[in-house]
Ligand binder design. Structure first.
Ligand code: NDP
Length: 327
């Protein structure tokens, strides 16, 4: 038996509770993992609270990422004792996920624990930090250099935003953080933001084009914020869009694209080819020091993840929540 968070939906409603499950109940997969850490991501918050249509079958164990140790493997790629991590692949949405003490998954979804990082450190980064890294890589592949000018990061005090600031700052870029929590300005500056602007300056309907300011943007907010960010990107600049914390809509015009030649990169961390996942984690292990990880993340227990999910969706959590599934 092992402990897990379990989501059920029936005629009495949508329920998320702690449960004791039997290993035999785990879904099919080549690798059985003893989970050490998972995290609480925005998507997990939506799944646990039922505030978004994340879960595709019931009952479901949420948790879109985890780090752990292989217990059993029928795949030649992994052996008992190997340390592994997983991000995405519909785990915690359509396949039982990481907010549990055990998980059984496909071998191809796993990668080895990145060199130089502990299981806990990788999950301090988690899917949010990994997604921020994918955004950074998209901008680097675009050819962005630190001398290009200011980089805007939206949803700055959230998980993706916090890592986006920290990673871009470490790479030598000048970062401007947009946040609805100006009280967190000291935290955002500690991560490397040189200026903090109020979220409200970007979140209302704006003009098709605005004064050129941003060399590039990392956006985890969507909606008018993303549209206004695009409208103020300098000629031939780029935007990496990964989230929808403000909304799924994107009320933009073609003007920034056809008059300034800007590029919009969509970032989906769920299904990324293995070589790119390993490369992203190599970069993360080099760029994330222990001070940054301790500043951005805090640890909670498995049971605490249920009430904290509502706080996360309400935008009350700063940075990242690591879940120690064994306490
Ligand atoms: P968090 O909840 O940690 O952060 C979201 C942040 O967005 C908040 O902290 C807040 O920052 C800001 N925000 C919240 N509500 C609003 C609003 N109404 N208007 C404007 N800003 C708002 O979530 P994550 O960082 O984990 O994820 C951020 C987004 O990225 C989510 O939409 C998530 O689904 C998406 N995501 C996508 C991935 C992908 O693969 N594409 C992977 C991971 C996440 P502040 O208080 O500073 O304004």
């Amino acid at each position: 038996m092992f402990k897990a968070i379990l989501i059920n939906k029936d005629e009495t409603g949508y329920h998320t509770d702690m449960a004791e499950l039997n290993e035999a109940a785990l879904p099919a997969g080549e690798v059985l993992v003893k989970v050490l850490y998972s995290t609480l991501n925005y998507k997990d918050g939506l799944a646990i609270t039922g505030k978004g249509p994340i879960v595709r079958s019931f009952p479901m164990v949420p948790g879109i990422d985890f780090a752990g140790e292989v217990l059993e493997s029928s795949s030649p790629e992994y052996a008992p004792g190997d340390q592994v991590i997983l991000n995405g692949w519909g785990v915690g949405e359509g396949h039982w996920g990481g907010l549990a003490q055990k998980a059984r998954v496909k071998a191809e979804w796993l990668i080895p624990l990145p060199k130089g990082m502990t299981a806990k450190q990788t999950l301090a980064v988690g899917t949010a930090g990994y997604t921020a890294m994918l955004c950074v890589m998209a901008l680097q592949n675009h050819g962005l250099q630190p001398n290009a000018g200011e980089i805007l990061v939206t949803g700055a005090a959230g998980g993706v935003g916090s890592f986006a600031i920290s990673l871009m700052h470490k790479l030598g870029f000048t970062v401007v953080a947009s946040s609805g929590r100006l009280a967190e300005s000291a935290y955002l500056r500690q991560l490397g933001a040189s200026e903090v602007i109020a979220r409200e300056s970007l979140s209302a309907p704006g003009k098709p084009l605005a004064k050129e300011r941003w060399a590039a943007v990392i956006d985890s907010v969507g909606s008018h914020t993303l549209a206004n960010a695009c409208a103020a990107v300098k000629s031939n600049g780029a935007v990496a869009a990964c989230g929808l914390a403000q909304g799924m809509d994107f009320p933009v015009t073609v003007a920034p694209f056809i008059l300034r030649g800007i590029t919009l990169y969509g970032i989906n961390s769920v299904a990324v080819e293995k070589a790119k996942r390993i490369l992203a984690w190599e970069h993360l292990s080099q760029l994330c020091d222990q001070t940054i990880l301790a500043t951005i993340s805090q640890e909670i227990s498995l049971a605490e993840a249920i009430p904290m999910a509502a706080d996360l969706i309400a935008g009350k959590i700063r940075g990242r929540l690591i879940v120690d599934v064994n306490r």
